[in-house]
Design a protein around this ligand. Structure first.
Ligand code: NDP
Length: 308
């Protein structure tokens, strides 16, 4: 990591703050994101705010990259000496063939959202599930808990694998398409200690009373379809359940609002997004950045997004 300027320790947040940059180095370390679509992804605002707050000589470029241009984009990043990058929809699986190796959970999940240059090797990591579990742990310990998880796509896979690695007892996967769900159930049962079962998603799914933690890892409720609701019996949400939503835009989804009305503790997709970002920045810079800065900027930009 390269930092220039004056450094002090902020005791409250236990982070290094560089209060002033004095540099004659005009070459920042470059990070960024490859996705399509890219314009609606707020990660650039969050990461650049953290870089600025900590005086890190880094930049983050949000790049629209089509599947046919992914290989060229990766070659370009290597040629320009990037430090690493995120990849999002639709590249989380297809990126793997352009990398030199995978971290442990990325290997299990079978998808990558963060690429890190380690010496001359480009290693794929997956911070989505780790970010989620970190956010969840502020509210409840996942160890030994029973989970009902809606979804079986990339986010659901990452969340389910990390929950299994964190020691949850059981996971019911509820998903519209059975094939995708069965692949995830199979992975969890074969590769982790957690017991997983599939449940089909009919009308008004009734959440089992033995559930401790309910998670929406589908894209239902994502902006601009913010009024779209999970097809569940909302009366089956009990006040002692913890309810989490992976959707970060809007920051408070209809699902989170409904859970709050029932008296549940909740975890928002915004917490997951911030936490996975903190982990990604640590990979690239070695610094534990202040999540509050990232939270504040996201609330600002996403509130504007929803209003417009
Ligand atoms: P995928 O496309 O891989 O998966 C989408 C999932 O949603 C599938 O399980 C799909 O079911 C389900 N789904 C979509 N529409 C419906 C519907 N109308 N009815 C029932 N099920 C539906 O997307 P991802 O897993 O990558 O992303 C899912 C969500 O997670 C998105 O909202 C994304 O923004 C969010 N996310 C948040 C992150 C964060 O940091 N907060 C990080 C990563 C993702 P089926 O299999 O039947 O198609």
């Amino acid at each position: 990591m390269r930092v220039n300027g004056w450094v002090r320790i902020n005791q409250k947040h236990k982070v290094i703050v560089i209060s002033m940059i004095k540099t004659t180095d005009f070459l920042p370390q470059i990070t960024g994101s490859f996705a399509q679509p890219a314009a609606e992804n707020p990660t650039v605002a969050m990461v650049e705010a953290a870089y600025q707050h900590h005086g890190l000589h880094f930049r983050y470029l949000n790049c629209e990259v089509s599947p046919k241009n992914l290989e060229a984009a990766v070659k370009g990043a290597k040629a320009m000496g990037w430090t690493g990058f995120n990849c999002s929809i639709p590249h989380k699986v297809s990126i793997i063939k352009y990398l030199d190796g995978l971290g442990e959970s990325a290997q299990l999940i079978g998808a990558v959202n963060t690429v890190v240059r380690k010496n001359d090797q480009w290693i794929g990591e997956n911070t989505d599930g780790q970010g989620f579990v970190q956010a969840l742990k502020k509210v409840i310990s996942p160890k030994g808990k029973n989970i009902t998880l809606f979804g079986a796509g990339g986010a659901a896979r990452a969340v389910a694998v990390e929950l299994a690695l964190a020691g949850v007892s059981s996971i019911i996967i509820v998903n519209r398409s059975e094939d995708r769900a069965e692949v995830l159930v199979d992975l969890l049962n074969k590769k982790t200690e957690t017991t997983a079962v599939y449940h089909s998603w009919g009308t008004n799914y009734f959440i089992k009373a033995t559930t401790d933690i309910v998670i929406n890892a589908t894209s239902i409720g994502l902006y601009p379809n913010i009024e779209e609701e999970l097809n569940i019996d909302f009366k089956s949400i009990k006040s002692d359940m913890v309810v989490a939503d992976g959707v970060h835009n809007p920051p408070e989804t209809h699902f989170i609002r409904a859970a709050k009305v029932m008296g549940c503790k909740t975890v928002s997709g915004l917490e997951m997004l911030v936490n996975q970002g903190v982990i990604g920045i640590k990979y690239w810079t070695g610094i534990n950045v202040n999540p509050i800065i990232m939270h504040d900027i996201l609330r600002k930009v996403l509130a504007m997004d929803t209003e417009n």
